[in-house]
Ligand binder design. Sequence first.
Ligand code: FAD
Length: 477
Amino acid sequence: MTNTLPTADLITRFTEIVGSRNALTDEADIAPYLIESRGLYKGNAPLVLKPGSVEEVSQILKLATETGAAIVPQGGNTGHVAGQIPRTGAADIVLSLERLNRIRDIDPVGNVIVADAGCILADIQKAAEEHDRLFPLSLGSEGSCRIGGNLSTNAGGTAVLAYGNMRQLCLGLEVVLPTGEIWDGLRRLKKDNTGYDLRDLFIGAEGTLGVITGAVLKLFPQPRGHQVAFAGLKSVADALTLFDKASSLCGPALTGFELMPRLGVEFTAKHIPGVRDPMDTVHAWYALIDISTSDSAESAERMMQTLLETEISSGLVENAVVAANEAQRKSLWHMRESMSPAQKPEGGSIKHDVSVPVSSIPAFMAEADAAVMKAIPGARICSFGHMGDGNIHYNISQPIGADKDQFIGRWREMNAIVHGIVLAYNGSISAEHGIGQLKRDELADVRSPIEIDLMQRIKHAFDPAGIMNPGKVLKAS
Ligand code: FAD
């Protein structure tokens, strides 16, 4: 279905819904909504709408369905697969949720927070903290990404190991459907087996089925004990063994287990202000171990001490430092979260967000490294990530002195190589970032014809006029 190009008259009708101050048409005002952080995708849009209420979102979608105008929902514009970016050469309308940013309710006893979809993730974390509660979703982009975007990408982040990803952190949703109807599914129930799970269809749908306007999110008790350590290791295989030991010792108290290569530590120390290598010894690989306990501060300390003392004596861990206070804990996490930005000053980088079964990580990485180095001798592989979740950000920086554009021009070729190996290990080509535009054409390689057909039928049932984020996840029909 082809979407209508918005005429001047239609732009006026959309503008009347939100008021002229909240309808951007000036090229300079619109520009930041058209490009994503990596600069890989730049789209076109004649109009950016910033509704201030659920009712306004409803009127916008109703008019879009009546006229066939395409709508692209956008939260914080931090997505890594360009789902939030309007298509190049089309005339999609961007619907920004930024003005829907009210926390509606917090119930610490029921352990829930109810919020507008445009709330910034860090604001939700802060609101929870003020009530001595924890909202555990934590991402490098938490200062700018928004809850609706987190839900629509089923975001993961650094604490999935203990708390799950966004799907596990959401109890209820409010969604405006493409027809303009409002589905109030803001339930606060942990148990509710009443038919098909509509909530979980919208989570991870990347804005292709409707616009999320509100959510009920789960809260948890604030941990009383928190320990973060940085351990130097010989190999990825040793990191896996250490993960196994840490899981057995700590159980659910193991909140994060992140893997980093020496190259990543060097890049962050060189390019990220305030980051330095915390150890005076050099290691091929590093693990960041995060332990949180709810009973006491001492139990986290005891677990970390036992783990490191045992594994340094056994020779598994070559050296380790334990953060002595909150500032040092944050600083170790900052190093880990800066791995990707630190690659930027090193020239072009080709990125992959993949997952494989945890126990296959060493074999997958060895095979991928060999294939990449054969294709691009001198490539600098900087693969890191949420090892405990089997999720590796398999990133490749250009060889020193190589031409950046030529290197980036090999993005698809390198994707095919790395993703081929991921699939051989029964992994996923998108562990936490989604499909969007970037991976849309690969979806048919990783999902069976029956799955693609079911997805298309679901899309058609929710959005028969094809106005919701067309061309994202699935090809526009
Ligand atoms: P956007 O980028 O604006 O949108 C993302 C998708 O959701 C688009 O398809 C958009 O159309 C849709 N959408 C947005 N809002 C709505 C809505 N209200 N209703 C319907 N559809 C909507 N991701 C991880 O999972 N884990 C990480 O650890 C992680 N680390 C990151 C670190 C950095 C430095 C950066 C820049 C990004 C990182 N990301 C990570 C990716 C990104 O932050 C997440 O995908 C995030 O959830 C996107 O939220 P957003 O508000 O920016 O959404």
